[in-house]
Design a protein around this ligand. Sequence first.
Ligand code: IMP
Length: 430
Amino acid sequence: MPAYAILGAQWGDEGKGKIIDYLSQRANIVARFSGGNNAGHTVINDMGDFSLHLVPCGVFSKSVTNVIGNGVVVDPDVLIEEMQALEKAGIDISQSLMVSERAHLIMPYHVMLDTLAENRRGKQAIGTTGKGIGPAYSDKTLRTGIRAADILDLENLKVRLESVLPYTNAILEKIYAVEPVTTESILEKAADWKNRLGSYIKPVGRYVNDVLDDDGTVVLEGAQGILLDLDHGTYPFVTSSSPTIGGAITGLAIQPRHITSVLGIFKAYNTRVGSGPFPTELFDDVGESIRTVAREFGTTTGRPRRIGWFDGVLARYSNRVNGYTSAVVTRLDVLDHIDSIKVCVGYKLGTDILDEPPGGVAALEKCSPIYETLEGWDIPTAGISDLSNLPTNARVYIDRLENLIGCPIDIISTGPHRDQTIMVKDILTP
Ligand code: IMP
């Protein structure tokens, strides 16, 4: 004990990277539990500006072991590239990285299938990141996946590929009319992966639980956000994993009793990348100005993010599903230039007023937000690290969000750097 779960409380891109980097200064382990290199976690600290896709955000703290859990899908080429880039920046992770032997691998054909499927969906496209995430998780569920442990035994991998590739190739050839992949080409790549990554592939479940049993501190690094969750998100416009608290448990095989804190990371407004319903989306100059001021473009794909007001209905739902012990509000400073700020406090669907989003995507598309308008603040919040210095109207805004989410806001982020953080409560001290 203890484990701190850091969860995306909206549609991802909430600023989890900064918070994980901040908390990892006092952690023994930082462990990713879901998603893959569809994620892009931005960390800005004394060592520079970094954008991490697979390697956990604890790499900047020397005493931290960084774990990629069984729930993550790993593109070995991307992992190797990211490790090399970190090495170039003077960050040696050779002794501090572990990859679960049970993690599934994103194979070259998964990346092909992701793009082929999206093109085929046409107007119904999900707007995936094109990194092979969905096809890799599909193979996992179909029991035709390849796991990290499989590349440690190339003889066995050959047998496995001979069993799974005929199915994949039938899809490639018969549905998409493209060239099949050969066992040899994959085996050649796997031999290289084994060379470069073999020593990192380990039974991490036991390791993480042993550290927790010895009273170590573990930060569970979420990727994406609850509204992209396969079960609890805006299906089918979701990712293929579980960025929720349940995913943290299955994606690392840790015991729930170890989780002492569940932190929901919220942006002070909402953003979304890709298709799907977004009730509070802004299509006006205000949205455009937030996008420009906050540089709201995808870390992984560079796509402009869709922008909207803070959605209190989705925030309350997010808290209901994940049960936050603390909320964190990031990017408050982005709203510094806005005179009047809207907050969604309910939905109207026909003649009904809803305080919880409907499960069906068609109904959610039809919901219109009920807004409350709050006055902006005259003194900028950017860089403030002391709660008492926050302008009154910003306090009023934070209090309203707290009330809508239904749990205390214990951390407020007012800029990208570690010291631009208001610790309302020191959550690391029990
Ligand atoms: P996939 O995860 O690449 O399959 O994409 C499915 C949906 O999740 C798309 O709408 C993506 O834009 C979205 N998505 C995936 N990862 C992230 C993320 O890290 N931040 C924000 N959106 C994401």
